[in-house]
Design a protein around this ligand. Sequence first.
Ligand SMILES: C[S@@+](CC[C@H](N)C(=O)[O-])C[C@H]1O[C@@H](n2cnc3c(N)ncnc32)[C@H](O)[C@@H]1O
Length: 265
Amino acid sequence: MSATLLTPLYGRAHATDLLPGTAFRDPIAARLLAQTGYRPPEVLTDRGNAVGSVHRAIALDAITTAFAARCPQGVVLSAGIGLDTRAQRLREHTPASLTWLGADLPEVIQLRRALLPEDPVTLFAASVTEPGWYDALTTETSDRPVLVIAEGLLMYFEPDGLRFFLDSCRTAFGPGAELAGDYFHPRLALSDRHPIVRATGARFRSGAANGHRLAATAPGWHLVAEHPVMERISPLHRAAAGIFRLITLGSRPYAVAHLKAGALV
Ligand SMILES: C[S@@+](CC[C@H](N)C(=O)[O-])C[C@H]1O[C@@H](n2cnc3c(N)ncnc32)[C@H](O)[C@@H]1O
């Protein structure tokens, strides 16, 4: 199993304890987490990481519900879906006409199918950095607005893989396609200091100085909006993010970017 999927699952499972008063609810997450039989050392249970993953989920939930309101016949594709249950938790906030798709590596899809037999998400076993990954999806997406969610994914790609992924999303889903995902500034992404790197052995391989730079990784993408995440974790994290912005002349250490694909000129 990809151990990186356990930390966000842990955060969602404990969201109501971690963020007292939050409206965020993921009733399935706690059961799923228990069923993975996870080894606690592989999971970051520290408040900062767990709360950060919940704030990331809240930002992406808001982008998803806004997309669903604008495009009720649209498709939400979660790339690197892991054991995320956005389709289930947003069921009452999104139209039934919305189509939910998910892609992940074959072993993760196998695990998800075993743990979530009643999944409203149509799943595809594929690496989204391999040519042809979207071929099987396009019957579901053709001529429909698509929002790609890349939650906890982009930082694991090599720079070439990141460029390929953005290029292939624009090719597959066309101008108008949207993509929302979290990213780290390169100073953090490439430092190997993030605790998830130590906990799971996975490495971050790419980052971006800001959402505009992330969009510029591949032609045809532009930034729609950027959503702070680290600043929301705690006053200490907000202060650290402020210092980081001073040092880097305006960059955020970690954020969610919402991008849109335009026509190539
Ligand atoms: C940090 S986990 C996030 C899981 C989920 N999005 C969430 O927030 O709970 C990263 C996920 O991306 C998947 N992943 C990593 N590289 C991938 C690739 N090249 N193609 C598809 N999935 C990938 C991993 O298997 C894992 O499930």
